[in-house]
Write a protein that binds this ligand. Structure first.
Ligand code: RP5
Length: 171
């Protein structure tokens, strides 16, 4: 499945990825944002293959109204860090697992940022949590999103309790 086209609403979150091949993972971030009614956009931006686009995207993101960037990449995953170096927005990095090295290469490329240029790195293939973290960042200033995260937490709680009940009923 390919990334969808831009949403028509003004996006608050930019979900970017180094290749369309990352969409199999990064779609989880988009889905989490959709589930919480958070307007977002999806874009393929490659640190190595489209460097001019990367710089433009990062430099213009804030002025366009984005509040958070989620950036996923695999292998020599320089996209999140390079974006963080040209924008003041919070950047959440998603290490995408490729066929080799179990995603450790992606994780280390993203997490080991030099002091002064932070990237909030989630787990390997942790795109869903990246979407939820972006929602929490928005929720700090906008109660709608904070409330949505609290409601989501209650859903998780109810699901665990339901499974607990079923497990005990099966004994
Ligand atoms: C990275 O190279 C991308 O983020 C992707 O994870 C990886 C492979 O890209 P493709 O060769 O599949 O386009 O920059």
């Amino acid at each position: 499945m390919n990334p969808p086209l831009h949403s028509s609403e003004t996006p608050l979150v930019g979900v970017v990825m180094g290749s369309d091949s990352d969409w199999r993972v990064m779609s989880d971030a988009s889905q989490a944002l959709t589930d919480l009614d958070i307007p977002h956009e999806v874009e393929v931006v490659s640190a190595h293959r489209t460097p001019d686009k990367l710089l433009r995207y990062g430099r213009e993101a804030r002025a366009r109204g984005l509040q958070v960037i989620i950036a996923g990449a695999g292998g020599a995953a320089h996209l999140p860090g390079m974006l963080a170096s040209v924008t003041a927005l919070p950047v959440i990095g998603v290490p995408v697992q490729l066929a080799t090295l179990d995603g450790l290469d992606s994780l280390l490329s993203i997490v080991q940022m030099p002091a002064g240029v932070p990237v909030a790195t989630v787990s390997i293939n942790g795109a869903k949590n990246a979407g939820l973290l972006a929602a929490r960042i928005l929720g700090a200033a906008d109660a709608r999103y904070g409330d949505a995260i609290e409601a989501y937490a209650r859903t998780l709680e109810a699901q665990v309790e339901e499974k607990n009940r079923r497990l005990k009923d099966s004994l």
